[in-house]
Design a protein around this ligand. Sequence first.
Ligand code: GLN
Length: 302
Amino acid sequence: MDYQGILREIAHEIQPLLGQGAVADYIPPLATEDPNRFGMAVRLLDGSEFVAGEADHPFSIQSVSKVFRLALAMDIHGDGIWRRVGREASGTAFNSLVQLETERGIPRNPMISAGALVTMDAILQPGGQRDPGIAFIQRCLDGQPVAYDDGVADAELATTHRNRALAHLLKSFGNLNNDPEDVIAAHTRESAVTLSCRDLCRAGAFLVTGGLTPAGSRVTEARQAKRINAIMLTSGVYDEAGDYAYRVGLPAKSGVGGGVLAVMPGQFTVCVWSPGLNPKGNSLAGTMALELFTTMTGVSVF
Ligand code: GLN
């Protein structure tokens, strides 16, 4: 397969879409991102990598972090985590409040904001690390330093009224153990981690290899990796999951920074970044790039 040629072709074909999406403006520093930027990387099971555009430019991973957070929560709590959060598609926007009230404080899944606040609460152990989620991403990268942008984290923390509402609603239903403010602060820090497309392809390698990092160290069990991929497929792109399965055909997780990590178990990770978002909150050009990738390679989980 001529992956390099395919990426070159995709980078060319998505040009007209650049700038069409809207950058996330509810987190002030993200509002200044240039929607014309684009990067893409592919990492195969054998470690070979192919890139196009700004594949080495670090961006705010935002909700892509929810995949790593879930992996750690499943590792710590096993099936116990599923008493606190569901495994069904939400059919709602990532930051919606309505379902949480009617479903009495049990978020539909760990990929929407409410569910990710629960998984953050679950990994914050009394007397434990300040940022266990970030430390886990670092483990997935075999110790490569992972940092968050404190300007992005502070700006989100100052304006995150919706997440505050969700966290306090969760607390009112008895589904947060920690102080809501501590959970929100840790959530904003992990969301503000900056990684490039190439980094994310490496960090997500454990989803392709059945739980092993690029250097071969185990970060989760093979059956857990399989389950995380299932949840990415049904919930990773919020209420666009059906369209993603139809157009892209890979488990994927997006973030409002414009990144999307997608996985073909046993074969490759592919990551795209372009800050312009579609109305569902997923990268507009990035989604098309993924669709073109599975079309041109002829590979999808289906
Ligand atoms: N930190 C962002 C938030 O909680 C992440 C949202 C996202 O990427 N969908 O709103």
